[in-house]
Design a protein around this ligand. Structure first.
Ligand SMILES: Cc1ncc(COP(=O)(O)O)c(C=O)c1O
Length: 359
């Protein structure tokens, strides 16, 4: 198994196992100190091997985004799963959810009375084995009902025969410079109002779930029972630029080769087909170089990353550099395996088993 990094083909996604383990343990300790359950979002790593490390450090279960992600993790023995998504069950999904119930404990997201009634109708007798959480919008304005309407959805779900366990939100507007503390306060306020709305219809919430990697350090623990960060496990250039992680905490990089010096710049073989194409308006480039913080990826195409160098002589042709993707979840979804590295030596290969599991 052991191979030197310089023998690997490029581009390859590397995971530094020491940094990964530190990220996992620190988040577990943070949740523990706050008195909150940790249910990391597995869409970031899509890897049962990484999930096993999270669970060994104390994660109570996993969050996933799709039924097919739930299938992959359940097959690998991770059987306490929350599909943190406003599910609309068509016939195919309902058949698969029913089958999943034979091997996993499921919590499902709903964000309308119609979706709750449909869920109950599609699952019929099996609906009794499922817990639902009502999704509320805490300011990201993606999915989720206004907090005051959580009770209406909960009431409809209950009358349709579903168990309602509580509420959840994703404060995704934390992905903006300097927004994190304010967003965490909005999240807490929304969750408190949503919990009150459930109580108004006679449902006592036992799960109040939130969290995003940028805002997690500002969590209001009194407003919730559970955290669901995902990106924290690897870190990425977005977190680095938001100031919510530091380069020494970034575990995943794309190992890449300098293939050209065209135009006096450094051209790498890690393009959008391995690091992904995400670039928020506030990002300073298409990704960063872990060991060269002043360099900027100014142009990205499928197999080229063009880097402007600010540090004297450019690295020689054939040199190897570590590229930090802007958004690690999308980079991971582009490869079949992650290469785990310790002290410059390959120690394991982890299949991205839920790669492309979008349905
Ligand atoms: C519903 C939901 N929960 C949790 C997360 C995890 O947040 P982050 O990716 O910031 O770690 C996400 C991320 O997109 C999400 O959509």
């Amino acid at each position: 198994m052991s191979a030197n990094l310089h023998d690997l083909p490029t581009p390859t996604l590397l995971v530094d196992v020491d940094v990964l383990q530190r990220n996992i343990e620190d988040m577990a300790a943070y949740a523990d100190r706050a008195g909150l359950a940790l249910r990391p979002h597995a869409k970031t790593h899509k890897s049962p091997a990484v999930a096993a490390l999270q669970r060994a450090a104390g994660a109570t279960g996993l969050s996933v985004a799709t039924v097919s992600e739930a299938e992959v993790f359940a097959d690998a023995g991770h059987t306490d799963l929350f599909i943190a998504y406003p599910l609309w069950l068509d016939h195919d999904r309902a058949t698969r959810v029913r089958a999943l119930l034979q091997r996993a404990t499921l919590t499902l997201g709903v964000d309308s009375a119609d979706a709750a009634r449909r869920l109950a109708a599609q699952l019929a007798a099996d609906a009794a084995g499922i817990r639902t959480l009502v999704e509320v919008d805490s300011g990201h304005h993606r999915s989720g009902v206004p907090p005051e309407e959580a009770g209406l959805v909960a009431d409809a779900a209950r009358h349709a025969g579903l168990e309602v366990g509580g509420v959840f939100t994703f404060p995704g507007h934390s992905y903006s410079p300097a927004a994190q503390a304010a967003v965490a306060a909005e999240e807490a306020d929304a969750l408190k109002r949503a919990a009150a709305s459930l109580r108004d219809v006679g449902v006592e919430p036992t799960v109040v779930s939130g969290g995003s990697t940028p805002s997690v350090a500002h969590t209001h623990a009194d407003a919730m029972t559970e955290l669901r960060p995902g990106v924290y496990v690897f870190g990425d250039a977005q977190q680095w630029e938001l100031g919510t992680t530091t380069p020494d905490r970034i575990a995943l990089t794309a190992w890449s080769t300098v293939v050209s010096h065209a135009g006096g710049r450094v051209v790498l073989d890690a393009g959008s087909k391995v690091i992904g194409a995400d670039r928020p308006a506030w990002a300073t480039g298409h990704g960063r170089l872990l060991d060269h913080p002043g360099a900027r990826i100014v142009l990205l195409s499928e197999h080229h990353a063009v880097v402007e160098w600010d540090e004297g002589p450019v690295p020689e042709l054939g040199s190897r550099l570590r590229v930090v993707p802007n958004h690690v979840c999308n980079a991971v979804n582009l490869v079949d395996e992650l290469v785990a590295v310790h002290d410059g030596v390959v120690v394991e290969r982890w299949p991205v088993a839920a790669r492309g599991a979008n349905t």
